[in-house]
Design a protein around this ligand. Structure first.
Ligand SMILES: *Cc1c(COP(=O)(O)O)cnc(C)c1O
Length: 374
C-alpha cells in the first residue's frame, strides 16, 4: 500500500544515530541542547525545548501557559484529538471554534465570538502545514488576556508573513512522528518566547525537579539534593533521537521544497477534475505542506476512500471533528456546533504526500482518482 505519508531516512541519519549510540550518552547528553539550538534556527530564534512527542509538547505548552481547572481553551476541532485532549486533561474547558472552509484553519471571526475573560489560551492549528491567521488571532488574544498557542505539528519550516512558524505564537508545538515533515521516530518540541514559561516547561519535562540550590527550599542537604515543587513528568527526548532530529533538520529545506513541488504538481494535474476542491493557499503564507487535503464533493468521499484503498493507494482522512470522539460527546459536546468543520470532515481526503514520493507514483494516484471521478 502506498502510504499517505512516510519518513525519509538517509545514510547520514543512520550514521548520526549510530555515532551517538556508540558514545557516552544515550539519553540526556549534549545532543539534546544541540538539537534545540538547531530547532531555534527555524523558529526565528525563539528558544525550543524537546519532548517525547507532539502530544507531550501540547501538554507541556498548556502547563507553561498556566492552563488549569476551569480555564477556557479555544481551539479548532479540525485537528488530531491531542490538541484538545491535553487541555482537557489539565482540567480546562475546551471551546471549539469553527474553521475556514478553504484552509481548514481556525476562523478568527468564530474565535472572536467565543473569546472572553475566562479564555486562558487560543490554540491554532496550522492545518496541513498552512499557517493559521496569527495576526487576527493575536488581536483577540490581547483583548482577552489569553495566550496564543500554535499547534505546528504540520508546519515546521513554514512562514507567516515572512515570519517563521514558532515566532508568531507565544508557544508553538511541533511533532516529529514519522509521517510529519521532520522525524525523530517519536518526538516533539515546544518553542517558548517567555523566559519564565520556558523554565516552567523545562522543569515539568524533568519530573518537576529543582536542582539549583538558589531556588531550593531546603538547600543544605548536600550536593545530591534535588526537590520537587510542582509535579512533573519524564518527557525527555533522548540524545539518540535528537541526533536523528539534527540530521533531519539539515534536509528540512529539501523536504519542504520537494513537498511544495508535489503540491504544485497535484494542483496542476487535478485542476480539471469534477467534484473536487483543491486546498487553498493564502498569498501571505509560505506553507510547509504536510498533507495534501482535497475535498470530494457530492457525497462521494467514502466511496473514493474505499476504492483508492482497494487499489493500493493509502489515502487518509484528517480529521474527525475532535468533539465527535465519545470522550467529548460524554462531556456533553453536541454535533453541529462547528458546521464548517463538520462539512470539511465529510468531504476531506488526504492524498499521498512525502518527499520520496516519485512523480511516477504521484501520476498513478492522479490516474486512479481521475478514473473514479470522471
Ligand atoms: C501528529 C499531531 C499531534 C500529535 O503528535 P504526536 O507526536 O503524534 O504525539 C498533535 N497535533 C497535530 C495537529 C498532529 O498532526
Amino acid at each position: 500500500m502506498l502510504p499517505y505519508g512516510r519518513q525519509s531516512i538517509a545514510d547520514a541519519d543512520v550514521e548520526a544515530v549510530t555515532e551517538v549510540l556508540r558514545g557516552e550518552w544515550l539519553t540526556t547528553g549534549p545532543t539534546v541542547g544541540s538539537f534545540e539550538a538547531e530547532l531555534a534556527r527555524w523558529t526565528g530564534g525563539v528558544p525550543c525545548l524537546t519532548v517525547t512527542s507532539g502530544t507531550a509538547a501540547l501538554h507541556v505548552a498548556y502547563v507553561a501557559a498556566g492552563v488549569g481547572p476551569g480555564d477556557e481553551v479555544i481551539t479548532s476541532p479540525l485537528t488530531f484529538v491531542a490538541t484538545a485532549a491535553t487541555a482537557a486533561m489539565r482540567g480546562a474547558r475546551v471551546v471549539f471554534a469553527d474553521v475556514q472552509p478553504d484552509t481548514g484553519n481556525l476562523d478568527p471571526a468564530s474565535v472572536e465570538s467565543l473569546a472572553g475573560d475566562g479564555t486562558k489560551a487560543i490554540t491554532a492549528v496550522d492545518y496541513a502545514g498552512h499557517p493559521a491567521d496569527y495576526d487576527e488571532l493575536r488581536v483577540i488574544a490581547d483583548r482577552t488576556g489569553a495566550l496564543l498557542i500554535g499547534d505546528a505539528a504540520h508546519s515546521i519550516g513554514a512562514c507567516y508573513k515572512d515570519r517563521p512558524i514558532g515566532e508568531p505564537a507565544d508557544l508553538t508545538t511541533f511533532s516529529f512522528f514519522p509521517t510529519k515533515t521532520v522525524t525523530t521516530a517519536e518526538g516533539g518540541a515546544v518553542a517558548i518566547r517567555d523566559r519564565d514559561r520556558y523554565a516552567r516547561a523545562a522543569r515539568f519535562r524533568n519530573h518537576g525537579l529543582v536542582r539549583d540550590p538558589a531556588e531550593q527550599r531546603d538547600p543544605d542537604h548536600g550536593g545530591w539534593h534535588q526537590e520537587v515543587h510542582d509535579f512533573g513528568l519524564n518527557y525527555r527526548l533522548p540524545d539518540v533521537l535528537c541526533a536523528l532530529g539534527i540530521s533531519q533538520l539539515r534536509r528540512l529545506d529539501h523536504f519542504r521544497a520537494r513537498r511544495a513541488d508535489l503540491v504544485a504538481r497535484y494542483n496542476a494535474l487535478l485542476g480539471d477534475l469534477p467534484g473536487l476542491t483543491l486546498p487553498a493557499r493564502r498569498p501571505y503564507t509560505s506553507p510547509s505542506w504536510h498533507l495534501y487535503p482535497v475535498r470530494i464533493r457530492d457525497g462521494r468521499r467514502r466511496e473514493v476512500y474505499d476504492r483508492m484503498r482497494a487499489e493500493g493507494i493509502g489515502v487518509q482522512v484528517n480529521y474527525i471533528p475532535a468533539y465527535w470522539h465519545p470522550v467529548f460527546a460524554d462531556l456533553g459536546y453536541r454535533r453541529g456546533i462547528c458546521p464548517e468543520a463538520e462539512a470539511y470532515y465529510a468531504e476531506q481526503l488526504s492524498l499521498p504526500l512525502f518527499p520520496d514520493l516519485t512523480d511516477h507514483q504521484q501520476d498513478e494516484v492522479v490516474e486512479r482518482l481521475r478514473a473514479i471521478l470522471e
